[in-house]
Ligand binder design. Sequence first.
Ligand code: PLP
Length: 404
Amino acid sequence: MIIHNCEGASVIVGDKTIYMDNSATTPARKEVVEEMIPYLTENFGNPSSIYEIGKISKHAIDKARKKVADALSAEENEIYFTAGGTESDNWAIKGIAFANRNKGKHIITSSIEHHAVLHTCLWLEGQGFEVTYLPVDKYGMVTLEELKNAIRDDTILISIMLANNEIGTIQPVEEIGKIARENRIYFHTDAVQAIGHVPIDVKKMNIDLLSLSGHKFEGPKGCGALYIRKGVKIETLLHGGDQERKRRAGTENVPAIMGLGKAIELAAGEIGETDKNLLALRERLIEGLLKIPKTHLNGHPTQRLANNVNITFEYIEGESLLLLLNAKGIFASTGSACNSSSLEPSHVLMACGVPHEIVHGSLRLSLGRMNTEKDVDRVLEVLPEIVQKLRNMSPLTPKEYRTI
Ligand SMILES: *Cc1c(COP(=O)(O)O)cnc(C)c1O
């Protein structure tokens, strides 16, 4: 992998390390950085100012907004820039809840949402709202029957993610949107992981609100967007100035917005080509890893993101796996409880019914446009040895799966 720094010089990373954690974040691509630089330097004007360099910033933002709208088949005035996926999810859910609480206090979501959705819903429960967390099947799929049964007279919002960040399962969003529309309930989808992988048409899919985040598709961190369909009744989250048509205050992050616009234009334009390559790598990786005994694929076998591989290895800890992979220059992620950021094992794998004793042995390898067949083969070369080494050390491993 070649990473370009701001001056256009390249740092070769690939010969030494393999980055397979693209669902956590991605490097900004060269074209994105180039698009951003002028707005950090000569075009630094505040978009709210009426003089020339202010107007340059304002026009630039409008161009980026059009790119986001085009990628979603939305209108320009339905796109609002935010500080990322977390803010977009918070705004969508809290905004709908508080603007429509005279109609009802019930929200439906799923048990495998990102914490930006789940913790927001949990907080709303403390504010007097009621939330139904839909279960999922063993592939991480929400069932339409279960959704229909959960709908009440006082349901105001359904929030179901388009694609899951841990296991890559893609939900039947178009059908969910149809059910929501028929019942006159707002439908929000967290599409943070789907951009650049799943073609999106908000009208065809009956989506009222959609969250996205720049750094998940080779754009800048700390910048995202919320699509709000025209006519949707929503409260403002951030109060202050008149930016974003008086709905999201704060001086616009112009360079990041420009980068996000470029990134989504490229990602949406290349969906077919990117996913064809990723799919081949994904299948090669899955096939190779499942040759290791006592391993299981998590998530859906076919309805999954082209870049997602999530495997459980019995008898071992995901965290130890990550450390040994790291020592070999391979960067990945786990749903194990010891995963530095949380104390609980993955709520997603638990919801899929992965047994408690093996949920700690999960490994997520999320591919990016930069990964090659050589990277995949390198992982397939080192992982079996690492797994065996850990199994030999684990008191849980039965005799037949030990080599010493
Ligand atoms: C990363 C992620 C988020 C949060 O986005 P940030 O921009 O990092 O705040 C929300 N939902 C999903 C599915 C994600 O993968």
